[in-house]
Design a protein around this ligand. Structure first.
Ligand code: UDP
Ligand code: MG
Length: 140
């Protein structure tokens, strides 16, 4: 299996509830390596650009407001099959449907406030990492 990179966000609901450490521990325990990491406050343009693929969806406005509601922790994670690996570790988009042992089952509040983001494919992973990190920040 190939070594891949993926992009992760610990979303505002989780940062606000002091879950940064718990979620990073689940990430590390699962075997993924942190390649880059920082806490940021997104502005509207940044959040709208990040979720541009969803801009026609009915939840877009609320989703952007939510992502602006507080700081987030963005990271680049690396490992074998990292993209699918991290999607599995996060669990289903709706925490109510997420398997036990996943981040969203453990910490997600509802389908919007679901504690984490992970890239859904190689192309998005590459674009999302580059949207938040310069090459010289990928130091891990
Ligand atoms: N979302 C929402 N309502 C929905 C579906 C999604 O608020 O009905 C939010 C949720 O925070 C989700 C994000 O929009 O994580 C992106 O949706 P996507 O379908 O890409 O889910 P993901 O890839 O995050 O599992
Ligand atoms: Mg998605």
């Amino acid at each position: 299996m190939a070594i891949e990179q993926t992009f992760s966000i610990i979303k505002p609901d989780a940062v606000e509830r002091n879950l940064i450490g718990d979620i990073l521990k689940m990430i590390s325990d699962s075997g993924l390596k942190v390649k880059a990491l920082k806490m940021i406050q997104m502005d509207r343009a940044k959040a709208e650009g990040f979720y541009a693929v969803h801009k026609e969806r009915p939840f877009f406005g609320e989703l952007v407001d939510y992502m602006l509601s507080g700081p987030v922790v963005v990271s680049c994670l690396e490992g074998e099959n990292a993209i699918e690996h991290y999607r599995k570790l996060m669990g289903a988009t709706n925490p109510a449907d997420a398997e036990a042992g996943t981040i969203r089952a453990a910490f997600g509040v509802n389908i919007q406030n679901n504690s984490c983001h992970g890239s859904d494919g190689p192309e998005t992973a590459k674009n999302e990492v580059a949207y938040f990190f310069n090459d010289n920040e990928l130091v891990g």
